[in-house]
Each structure stands twice: as structure tokens, then as C-alpha cells.
Design a protein around this ligand. Structure first.
Ligand SMILES: [Zn+2]
Length: 176
């Protein structure tokens, strides 16, 4: 059941970063409502981040928990590399090695892309699918908004005094 042809496999790989997935839409709408403006899937940047806020120099990745191995640990057991299942990412028992290798590659790619972006002076935020379940959604979106403003202030070293006095201007829409 889990054995995939190379064609199916590349289709799956494409789906990892497919556009307009539900979690991505939730984040886009949530940030838009909070006054943030962004670009989508910027092809000029490593990993084609789902959302890019140029003014803030921030990339946001919205990751599916299974494909990106959320909360999984890579471990070496009897000189064999493996990934343990987590609450977010249950590795299928059938054809396990295939899935371990695939999720490992995705995790490594994620790290590599974010390392490159950091070198280029970008901040990266990863939002996980599980953080967007209905009960947690608004809290997650508030916390992303808080982080965006925090990074923006930190980069500009704006004194705390102003942070307290004028939060509104930070939410000013970004052009384009
Ligand atoms: Zn998760």
C-alpha cells in the first residue's frame, strides 16, 4: 500500500509545499486581519517560504506535521538511523524505511533552507499544522503577530518607551 512509484513520490513531494493548503490559508487570513501584508511563495528565496514579510525581513513556513516530522527525534539505534513517531507524526509501519528516509530528508531540507535564510539576514518562523486547530488557532495567530512585532522592534532597537506608547504604527500595511 505504501510503496510508491517515483512519479507518485514526486507528486507527494510537490504536495509538501503546495499552495493554498488549509493551514496556510488560516495563517494568511489571520495575519491579514491583524494588519500584516506579505508575499506568497517567494521563488527568489531558499525554500520558497509560504509567506514573506519584506519589511520585517521575516519568512514564515507553515508546515504539515506529518511531512515535516513535527516533534520527532532522529535517533541512531544499533548503528541504524531511525525516526521515532511522535503525537504529530506517526511513521507508517508498512514500508517504514521509506517514510523514515523521506521525513528525514524533509527535516534536513527545512534546516538547510532556514540556515541559508538566516545567513542572508532573514528571520524564520515555523507554524505547525497542529497549532492551527480551531481551539488554538487564535492564540497561535496572536502569538505570531506578537513575534513579528517583537522581531521588528528588536531589529531596529526601538526603545521600550515607544514600544509601550505606539503599538499601532507597527501594524501599518506593508506595500505590495
Ligand atoms: Zn504538530
Amino acid at each position: 500500500m505504501d510503496r510508491l512509484t517515483s512519479q507518485q513520490r514526486s507528486r507527494n513531494m510537490a504536495a509538501i509545499r503546495s499552495k493554498n493548503t488549509k493551514p496556510e490559508l488560516i495563517v494568511r487570513r489571520g495575519l491579514w486581519r491583524r494588519g500584516f501584508r506579505y508575499r506568497l511563495n517567494d521563488k527568489r528565496l531558499p525554500g520558497h517560504p509560504d509567506l514573506v514579510l519584506r519589511k520585517y525581513r521575516i519568512c514564515i513556513f507553515i508546515n504539515g506535521c506529518f511531512w515535516h516530522g513535527h516533534l520527532t527525534q532522529c535517533i541512531v539505534h544499533n548503528s541504524q538511523f531511525t525516526i521515532e513517531s511522535s503525537v504529530c507524526c506517526k511513521i507508517p509501519k508498512t514500508n517504514r524505511e521509506f517514510w523514515v528516509a523521506k521525513i528525514r530528508r524533509n527535516k534536513e531540507r527545512d534546516r538547510e533552507e532556514q540556515r541559508k535564510l538566516a545567513e542572508m539576514g532573514w528571520h524564520c518562523i515555523t507554524v505547525w499544522e497542529c497549532e492551527l486547530k480551531p481551539k488554538q488557532r487564535e492564540q497561535t495567530l496572536d502569538s505570531i503577530a506578537f513575534t513579528l512585532n517583537h522581531i521588528f522592534l528588536q531589529d531596529r532597537q526601538i526603545p521600550k518607551l515607544y514600544e509601550a506608547e505606539e503599538p499601532e504604527y507597527l501594524l501599518a500595511a506593508e506595500e505590495g
